[in-house]
Design a protein. Structure first.
Length: 417
């Protein structure tokens, strides 16, 4: 959540920033400031009436009469205060994190600004196949049986492709461990407090799978369980920064993606991911964000994928993010750039909700900053399949993955029909 004290002190600056996330964000902020003002106005009035009902010693008849007159008014104001507090909290939970000044203006994915390109899209000299055709030719994907078992947007990955995908996760974890990240296998079922704390509730609840009987939720990213790992804690200054690399299966309902990317594995309900998560000092979070981007780029470069880095527009950021970079790889079968990783600086927004603070050397307590970044998902695998295919339909696997169980080549040479 936002720092409400800071917002009270300079509401115009907060509103100017939030309007860049959209008019709805600015309207929510206006309503929050009004609700907060009403709450602040009611508190001293309620306190004053409560004081008048607390008498020392045996009350006089006059005092009893006064108390009789005060109690209905006190009850009315207490009810108003409770409602004001409820409304204030509801709005505080929904107001998003103001975007960083360096996030470009705009409300859509198309408004992102390209920072750089690395590598050249391959020129095959033959029509490129997409990952679905390449995989189904060898039986690496089974979408029909997955749909029969689980419904649409699920995929069986089989044989060498399954080994390739697992090798990607081990490769990413190995590289992150070398950079000081602690590997973590986190829970994928979490309580509501973790979903709320990371900002997925209430704004993104529609995309979350719920296990209602147990009051648990399936995570859409291990960011949730990694962020909540230190929920309610005070971290000593010498522990920061704390860097985790979580590997988990993730689940998303993709409620807002009806009709989008229905072919293949690009947008599915269940997928695996290696996620970076960092707790750091507020003054260091911008540099840490650049470091996460640098790590993501290093992984993509080592795999040999052509890519571009995008600075995402303010209005296209999620509720928690102040700034986000996407890395988009070239997909020859689709003939376009598609996101394969992202990294976000959520500043103090998540940590404030999760009540995670750090103690300065002088003893002061301060909310930490949190950041997250994708190391690898199966999107990297399907980008590899499309970029390293040959005319026969087989696929050369990048050498860095061989040590982690991936075959040197997928498929056998075959003649195109």
């Amino acid at each position: 959540m936002i720092d409400l004290r800071a917002a009270r002190a300079d509401p115009d600056a907060f509103r100017s920033a939030l309007v860049r996330k959209g008019e709805e964000a600015a309207t929510l902020f206006d309503e929050l400031i009004a609700a907060d003002a009403r709450w602040l106005e009611l508190i001293p009035r309620v306190d004053a009436l409560r004081t008048r009902t607390k008498l020392k010693g045996k009350p006089t008849p006059e005092q009893l009469e006064e108390m009789k007159e005060v109690k209905p008014e006190l009850k009315r104001l207490e009810d108003e205060l409770a409602e004001a507090e409820r409304r204030r909290r509801e709005l505080l939970d929904r107001v998003p994190n103001p975007p960083d000044v360096s996030a470009p203006d705009g409300l859509a994915e198309e408004d992102a600004v390209e920072i750089r390109r690395v590598g050249e899209p391959p020129s095959f000299g033959f029509p490129a196949q997409d990952h679905v055709d390449l995989a189904q030719a060898y039986g690496w994907f089974d979408l029909e049986r997955a749909a029969r078992v689980s419904g649409s947007r699920f995929v069986y990955r089989m044989g060498d492709v399954a080994l390739l995908e697992l090798a990607l996760y081990r490769f990413a974890l190995d590289r992150l461990r070398q950079k000081g990240f602690v590997p973590v296998l986190p829970p994928v079922l979490v309580r509501e407090e973790a979903m709320y704390g990371t900002g997925f509730f209430p704004t993104d609840e529609v995309n979350i799978y719920a296990v209602e009987r147990d009051g648990l939720y399936l995570v859409g990213t291990s960011e949730v369980s990694l962020a909540a790992l230190h929920m309610g804690e005070i971290l000593e200054a010498d522990l920061l920064p704390i860097r985790y690399a979580g590997y988990s299966t993730c689940f998303r309902r993709e409620a807002g993606a009806a009709g989008k990317d229905t072919r293949g594995m690009f947008r599915v309900h269940q997928f695996d991911k290696v996620e970076m998560f960092v707790f750091t000092y507020p003054e260091e979070s911008r540099d840490e964000h650049e470091r996460l981007l640098e790590i993501e780029e290093a992984l993509v470069q080592e795999l040999g994928l052509p890519y571009r880095v995008m600075n995402m527009a303010a209005g296209d950021l999620g509720a928690s993010a102040a700034k986000k970079y996407d890395i988009e790889a070239w997909f020859p079968g689709q003939e376009r750039w598609r996101e394969i990783t992202s990294t976000s600086n959520t500043t103090d927004y998540q940590a404030r909700r999760l009540e995670i603070r750090h103690r300065r050397p002088e003893g002061n307590l301060e909310t930490v900053h949190t950041l997250n970044g994708t190391a690898v998902t199966a999107r990297a695998m399907i980008a590899l399949m499309e970029n390293f295919q040959d005319e026969g339909g087989s696929i050369a696997v990048p050498e860095p993955l061989w040590d982690f169980g991936a075959p040197e080549r997928l498929g056998r040479e075959k003649t195109r029909a």
